[in-house]
Design a protein around this ligand. Sequence first.
Ligand code: SF4
Length: 354
Amino acid sequence: MARSGKTNPEPAAYALSSGFGAALAAWYRENARDLPWRRDRDPYRVWLSEIMLQQTRVEAVKAYFERFLTRCPDIFSLAAGGDEALMKLWEGLGYYARARRLKETAKLIVSLHGGRFPCTLEGLRALPGIGPYTAGAIASICFDLPTPAVDGNVLRVVTRVVNRAESVDDPAVKRRVESALGAIYPEANAGDLTQGLMELGATVCLPNSRPKCSLCPVAHLCAGFQKGTAEGLPVRTPKKERREEEHTVFLLRCGSRTAVQKRPDTGLLARLFELPNLSGRLKAQEALDAAAAWNVAPVSLLKSTEKTHVFTHIVWHMTCYVILCARADARFLWADDGELAADYALPSAFRMFL
Ligand code: SF4
């Protein structure tokens, strides 16, 4: 469970034993789940999976990963692909900026490196779309370099093992974890330790006070387990509360078609499609008046639905009115159900009303 801790002005470095790295890598080789992106060490596939797995569950990513590879099997097809098709492939996965960065980075790798990933940590880090975690993962898994990949899962595992209560939201703690791990990387098969840490965090050393220490291959080396403090770790800095907003969404139907429009070029869900919507919570008559002002000749209001969608920093409370219209005004795009399914990337916040 998250709790705030006292800040140590000069905390000591974290120390991990080489036995910890060896035990974890060996455990990974025996126990790794069979995941689609683990079937080879192709940097394109590893990179794609790491980007998809940010903020998204493994089970949800599997189908997206396979589908993405059928449309963009290599970095050249990703770099050359159209934006609309890319957004459609990403639809429902959320955090759409990831997909745009993916394509921008693919274009750079094609133009600067002939489509081959740089094989050093520095070369990978020089690409604007590849951060320290992803670079460490690609370098160790694909190129066998001793480069840790530290994300929230790894921070949790290591702070429990070393039994330290500094906030894992503090960048200095991340540096200490990277340094401690960097000191114990094996000379061969570096990727097994990187993936062992990921795997332990995902399947055994679980968050929210739920470590399964009785199943853990490094319990004998874990100070948090031995001192009985693991469940209270890691310590997190309290987050700011999410901003709450109300929106009115319009599901305007004209014949068999539904009105959609493109979102602005910047900001939340930029350049994706959306159902027409307004800020605030309109009453039914106000919604009909708004539809009339859009020149869609509303005939009747068929029903209303209320749903909530949670983003990282914002919560949308949405009231959706389904309105039958007599005119398909050109201010909107009017798509039939087949086109909505196949051609328009509509984020979950709106698609859930269809
Ligand atoms: Fe995590 Fe428990 Fe293993 Fe320690 S012993 S690493 S707390 S699962």
